[in-house]
Every structure is written in C-alpha cells, then in structure tokens.
Design a protein. Structure first.
Length: 115
C-alpha cells in the first residue's frame, strides 16, 4: 500500500472542471481549465490554485505542493508531508466525463472526482 501512496503523492492535485477541457489545446488552455478546481478520491483531496500551488490531504496527512502542465501532462511536486518532499511526477490526463479525471503514469491509474 505504501508503494501505491508513493505513486499517488506526486499526483497531488485537485483537478476539477464543470466542462470537460479540450485536451487538444495548449498547455495554457489546460492549465486554465484546472486552476481553482479540486480533485478527490478515497485517499486524497487536492485543491489546485491558479498560482501553481496545491493543498489538501493525502492519507489523512496535510498535503502541500506545486503543479503545472507540461506538454499536455499534469505534473505535481510534493513539499509536504516530509516523507514525500521533493517527489514529483508527470502524468497523462484523461477526462472521462464532467465529473471524473484519470491520471496515468507508468501504467498505474488514479481516478478522481472533480469538484
């Protein structure tokens, strides 16, 4: 289970959208679609701010980090909790519908509800 948490930690962010973003657009368009949104599942809650910061919780611990869009991928980097500090990863983004997003990295998927 720790291995799964270690993979989830860098994803750390709250992606949410009322409308499904056009993923064929630029990084700027995707970033604007995700800013101010929240991503939630049974293990995590991440709130993405327009300034590139992320806050929330992961496995019951406070979470802090940063996020960005690079070449159409969501990239998240943890600064808190300490055990995840400086971990980061970029993941493919798939918007299933207006309420669900899937982040995929190295064949592993994390499914979140968008708020």
């Amino acid at each position: 289970m720790l291995r799964r948490i270690m993979w989830l930690a860098p994803l750390m962010v709250g992606l949410g959208a009322c409308d499904t973003p056009d993923l064929s657009g630029s990084d700027t368009t995707l970033r604007e679609s995700l800013s101010g949104k929240t991503l939630v599942n049974d293990r995590a809650r991440f709130e993405l701010s327009a300034d590139g910061t992320a806050r929330g919780s992961l496995e019951g611990e406070d979470y802090e980090g940063t996020w960005r869009i690079t070449r159409g991928q969501f990239c998240g980097f943890a600064t808190k909790p300490e055990r995840f500090k400086n971990l980061g990863a970029c993941s493919d983004i798939d918007f299933v519908d207006n309420t669900t997003v899937v982040l995929t990295r190295a064949g592993q998927r994390a499914v979140f509800t968008l708020l």
